[in-house]
Design a protein. Structure first.
Length: 276
């Protein structure tokens, strides 16, 4: 479908949403997947973690996961990118996609049923229902990741976003290498007959959802496509507040999978006071 939508997302769709159900023709309704979606006027990110996740506790990196562990992670989903709208039609560009599904149309029709936001594909074959999270009204902050540098100064080309609405955030960091086209990561792994160490780069794609101040600690990650990130803070105390002081070229220094990293961000949107 050729999409010619030029409007910002309707105000009523902006916020933080938790999916309560997905109905697809020919399949039982899904009410168990953990799915969160943050929508701003021009950007969006969502993530979906299936039920029945294995116990990954005690494993500090993907390198410690078994083949079965990695195959389970390959079932996760997440997309992020720009959003175009026109009335009830919303088109989400897959500028970052956890699955290798580039080129697939992502235009949906949205409307409200009471307090629920109903998201339906144009064929009417998939219907998702979302509920806005409590306390998800307030300022919006969206940042774009410009580059990420390792401790040795090597710059890793990555796309990334940080979407913040009120107390909630969704951080997205793309994988370090381009994913080959395939119906899914599971199909890609099976077709290539990959070993563990070959699978890891494809799964090093982070979608992390959490809360800035309402969690167990500030900026706590509550759910992530990288399970070892859960329970950790996206920013150390005062680090996020220091970003704003840098104007439009924001620098974050912290610890990544291979040691110290430096991330450079640009501001896409900032509609709340700098003291937040």
């Amino acid at each position: 479908m050729s999409v010619a939508l030029n409007d910002l997302v309707p105000t009523g769709f902006i916020g933080v949403w938790q999916r309560i159900s997905m109905e697809a023709k020919g399949r039982p309704a899904d009410i168990t997947t953990q799915a969160y979606w943050i929508q701003t006027s021009a950007l969006q990110a969502d993530m979906r973690v299936p039920a029945g996740r294995p116990d990954f506790s005690g494993k500090a990196s993907l390198a410690e996961y078994s083949v079965d562990d990695l195959l389970w992670l390959a079932r996760q989903q997440g997309i992020a990118g720009m959003t175009l709208a026109g009335g009830e039609l919303v088109h989400r560009r897959r500028q970052i996609d956890y699955q290798p599904t580039r080129g697939r149309d992502n235009t949906h029709r949205m409307h409200f049923e009471g307090e629920l936001l109903v998201d339906e594909n144009l064929q009417g074959s998939v219907v998702e229902k979302w509920r806005r999270l409590a306390g998800a009204e307030g300022g919006v902050i969206t940042l774009r990741l410009l580059e990420e540098a390792e401790a040795d100064g090597r710059i890793v080309p990555r796309k990334g976003y940080l979407l913040v609405v009120s107390d909630y955030f969704l951080f997205v960091r793309d994988r370090p290498e381009f994913t080959r086209q395939a119906a899914s990561l599971e199909d890609l792994f099976e077709a290539q007959d990959l070993e563990c160490e070959e699978m890891v780069p494809f799964l090093d794609c982070e979608f992390s959802f959490g809360r800035r101040s309402g969690g167990a600690q500030p900026w706590i990650i509550e759910l992530s496509t990288l399970p070892y990130r859960e329970g950790k803070a996206l920013f150390s105390p005062g680090q996020f507040e220091a970003l704003r002081a840098g104007g439009n070229a924001l620098v974050q220094r912290g610890r990544g999978r291979n040691g110290l990293i430096t991330r450079r961000w640009s501001i896409h949107e900032w509609t709340e006071p700098a003291t937040a």
